[in-house]
Design a protein around this ligand. Structure first.
Ligand SMILES: *Cc1c(COP(=O)(O)O)cnc(C)c1O
Length: 372
C-alpha cells in the first residue's frame, strides 16, 4: 500500500497547507499591526458569530473547556451545586463543572446518543442546579424535552456546543437555548483554528458581559476590576483566521452533510450497522456532522480490517464514557445504554479533505468485511 492509498481519519497538515498563502497573509497583516490581544479582529469575529447564531453576544475564549466553565459561573453555579451531564461526552464537560466548583453528574444517553431527558429528570436531587447537555457529533439535542425538565425543577441550562457550531433544533442554533453555550475551535472541529480556541454564546447581554470579565482578569470594558477573573482570551490572530474561515462556513457544512448523505446511501442496507440519522432538509434537526459515529457488529474486528486497508477510524473518548472514569470517582456503571453503545461505536472519516472516491472506498471496505 502506498501513502496515497491511505485514508487518514483526519488530515492535520491540510488545515494549514490547503490555504497556506492565505494564512500567511493573515499572519503578516495581524503581525504588522501588532494586533495580538483583544483587537478588532476578535471584536469583529465575535459580532459576526453572535449575529449568525441570533444570540445577544459571543465571547472568544481560550478553548471550549474554559468556555463551559465560564458559562457555568455566569449562570450562577456555586460550590457544591450538582450539574447533570450526558455520560457520552468528552471528559472536558465534566472537568469544566468540577473546576467551576460544581459536581458533575453523568447520566445515560437516549436512543439518539444524546442526553436522555428522562435520565436527567431521574438524577435531580435537592442539590441539582443545572443541566448541561452536549450537542454531540454536530447534532443539537431535542431541547424542548430538556428545557421542560429544567423548568420543572428550576434548573439553569448551559450547553456544551463544542461540536455543534451552526447545528440547529427547530431553527434555533445550538448554544442559544440556555444561559450560555460553549463552542470549540480546536483544529479538528468543524470550524478549527491553528491551535486552541473557543467561544461562549450568550442568550442575554448580561451573561455576555460576565463572561467578558471572567475571561479577562475580571476587568470591564473600561479596565475596571469588577470580579475575580481569569486569563482565558481568544488570541486575536486565531480570531482573524477564524473570521476568514467562517466566511466560507456554509460551504463547509454543505459538504459535510453531503458526505453524511453519501455514507447513508452506501451503508444503510447493512444489517450489521446502525447509522446516525441522514441529513434532512427542513426537519427538526439540522446536523453539521462534526463526526460520523455509527454502531457496528464486531466493531473491533471491523476497525482492524479497515486499519489493515489503510482506513483510519476512531473510537470517541478513547472508548470510555464519563461515568467510566473510576479514577475520578465515578461509579463505572449505571448508564446501560451508554455502556452498550460503547461496545459498538466507531467513527468513520468525515472531513474536508475526504474525496468522494476515498469515501466510496471506505464503504467498499466495510461492505467487504461484512460480505455484502
Ligand atoms: C472538543 C470538545 C470539548 C473541548 O473543547 P476544547 O476547545 O478542546 O476545550 C468539550 N466538549 C466536547 C463535546 C468536545 O468535543
Amino acid at each position: 500500500m502506498t501513502t496515497d492509498d491511505r485514508i487518514p481519519f483526519f488530515n492535520y497538515p491540510a488545515l494549514f497547507t490547503a490555504e497556506e498563502e492565505r494564512l500567511l497573509d493573515i499572519v503578516r497583516d495581524v503581525g504588522r499591526r501588532g494586533a495580538f490581544i483583544q483587537q478588532r479582529d476578535l471584536a469583529e469575529f465575535e459580532t459576526t458569530l453572535a449575529r449568525s447564531l441570533a444570540s445577544a453576544d459571543a465571547v472568544g475564549v481560550a478553548n471550549a473547556t474554559d468556555g463551559i466553565e465560564l458559562a457555568l459561573l455566569a449562570a450562577g453555579l456555586e460550590p457544591g451545586g450538582e450539574v447533570i451531564i450526558c455520560s457520552h461526552t468528552m471528559i472536558a464537560t465534566a472537568a469544566a463543572v468540577h473546576f467551576a466548583g460544581g459536581i458533575p453528574v453523568p447520566v445515560d444517553m437516549g436512543d439518539d446518543g444524546l442526553l436522555d431527558p428522562a435520565a436527567a429528570a431521574a438524577a435531580v436531587t435537592p442539590r441539582t442546579v443545572g443541566i448541561l447537555p452536549t450537542h454531540l457529533n454536530g447534532r443539537t439535542c431535542t431541547m424542548t424535552a430538556i428545557q421542560e425538565v429544567a423548568d420543572r425543577h428550576r434548573l439553569f441550562v448551559v450547553e456544551d456546543a463544542a461540536q455543534a457550531l451552526g447545528s440547529r433544533f427547530r431553527g434555533r442554533a445550538a448554544g442559544t437555548f440556555g444561559v450560555a453555550g460553549a463552542i470549540s475551535f480546536y483544529p479538528a472541529k468543524v470550524l478549527g483554528c491553528l491551535g486552541d480556541g473557543g467561544a461562549v454564546v450568550c442568550r442575554e447581554a448580561t451573561a455576555g458581559e460576565a463572561v467578558r470579565q471572567l475571561r479577562d482578569h475580571g476587568r470591564d470594558r473600561d479596565g475596571v476590576i469588577r470580579r475575580w477573573g481569569r486569563n482565558s482570551r481568544l488570541d486575536n490572530l486565531q480570531a482573524a483566521i477564524l473570521a476568514d474561515r467562517f466566511a466560507g462556513y456554509d460551504r463547509i457544512v454543505r459538504r459535510r452533510r453531503e458526505l453524511a448523505a453519501r455514507y447513508h446511501a452506501q451503508l444503510h442496507d447493512l444489517a450489521a450497522l446502525r447509522l446516525p440519522p441522514p441529513p434532512i432538509e427542513n426537519g427538526d434537526h439540522f446536523d453539521i456532522y462534526q463526526n460520523y459515529e455509527l454502531e457496528a457488529d464486531r466493531r473491533d474486528a471491523l476497525r482492524e480490517h479497515l486499519a489493515g486497508r489503510g482506513v483510519g477510524t476512531l473510537i470517541q473518548w478513547g472508548g470510555t464514557p464519563v461515568h467510566g472514569f473510576r479514577t475520578l470517582g465515578f461509579a463505572g456503571t449505571g448508564c446501560p445504554r451508554t455502556e452498550a453503545f460503547f461496545r459498538r461505536c466507531l467513527m468513520l472519516p468525515l472531513n474536508m479533505t475526504l474525496t468522494d472516491a476515498q469515501q466510496d472506498r471506505v464503504c467498499r471496505e466495510i461492505r467487504g468485511f461484512y460480505g455484502g
